[in-house]
Design a protein around this ligand. Structure first.
Ligand SMILES: C[S@@+](CC[C@H](N)C(=O)[O-])C[C@H]1O[C@@H](n2cnc3c(N)ncnc32)[C@H](O)[C@@H]1O
Length: 305
């Protein structure tokens, strides 16, 4: 059962907060991350991981790396560890390869997972990708980070990519999964304008998928590979496309608290209005077989010398 808190709109509040039922969010100092960290979000992330795998041909590791067995892999923004646990459970790297999973919020870390306990070389810690421990320099052969679009501001992207470069061994690879733009009808566009207003207010980068290749080059990554998929998001196309559309709208639902705490950006005036808009958006997607979204994986290799 989710714990919920009803927050009230204080009269005269400078931000004109809109009263609504709030979920659990992280509280890392300085973080602007706008999605919840609770059991409901963990379930969404697990479903999203399955969709991600189906879209990218069931691949978990994109660069061609031959692991000897003494390497370390870092996952940034690991959350409930869906990617990391999948890599371990499929035995696609030697069992002696060590894993570090970091996140600014530990609430949904998979610390009780039997696979993690059995391996003994998998650690989860509270850390930000914008400032990693100094002793991690030249430590990792692979870094996986997926879907931090709703977390990092422009200057933080630069810090994060720089830190990834610093902690990779020469010849090591970073692999970044991100969402790009989506196309649907006017109702979904109105819902999207809420997200864009929120991102603009917080200085976050809605088009990070467009900017990542330059960020990687700017940090010094030499070889860069990009794989982009344009994926249908309407149940008219099929069950999985319907799930993709539902996932997109569930992400928007997850941003309800920061949007309503900011006063709705002149787009919605109440929780009921925001809920109705998102319900209408999913109905619109389900009528529009042409509706689609872009998901991409970017890989960059740190030069050997
Ligand atoms: C949308 S979730 C994606 C989780 C996971 N990567 C996946 O694909 O299933 C983003 C995660 O990044 C974490 N996060 C946000 N800001 C971060 C930061 N500065 N450093 C590390 N993790 C961060 C959030 O707490 C959240 O768990």
């Amino acid at each position: 059962m989710e714990s919920t808190t009803v927050i009230s709109a204080a009269p005269g509040d400078a931000m004109d907060r809109i009263k609504h039922v709030e979920r659990q969010y992280q509280a890392f100092p300085g973080s602007q991350y706008v999605l919840p960290s609770d059991a409901q979000e963990a379930e969404r992330l697990s479903r999203q991981h399955r969709l991600w795998l189906n879209i990218f041909g069931n691949r978990l590791i994109f660069p061609d790396i031959s692991f000897r067995g003494d390497e370390c892999i870092l996952e940034s923004g690991t959350a409930n560890g869906t990617w990391l646990l999948d890599v371990i459970s499929r035995d696609i790297v030697p069992r002696s390869v060590a894993f570090e999973g970091i996140d600014i919020e530990p609430r949904i870390f998979p610390v009780d997972n039997a696979l993690v306990a059995a391996r003994g070389n998998v650690r989860f810690s509270v850390n930000t990708i914008t400032k990693l421990p100094l002793e991690w320099e030249n430590k990792f052969t692979l870094i996986n980070q997926r879907l931090l679009i709703a977390a990092l501001r422009a200057e933080e992207w630069k810090l994060a990519v720089g830190e990834m470069y610093r902690v990779l061994v020469p010849g090591g690879w970073v692999q970044l999964g991100e969402v790009g733009r989506w196309e649907a009808g006017p109702v979904t566009a109105k819902a999207t304008s809420l997200i864009h207003a929120l991102f603009a207010a917080k200085g976050m980068v809605a088009d990070c998928a467009v900017q990542i290749p330059d960020m990687l080059r700017g940090a010094g990554f030499a070889t860069i590979h990009i794989e982009e998929k344009v994926v249908p998001i309407s149940s008219r196309v099929g069950e999985e496309a319907g799930e993709m559309g539902k996932n997109l709208i569930d992400v928007m639902r997850g941003m309800k608290t920061p949007i309503l705490n900011a006063g709705g950006f002149g787009i919605v005036k109440s929780e009921a209005e925001m809920d109705a808009l998102l319900d209408a958006a999913i109905e619109e997607l389900d009528r529009m077989p042409s509706a689609n979204i872009r998901w991409s994986v970017f890989c960059g290799q740190k030069p050997v010398v």
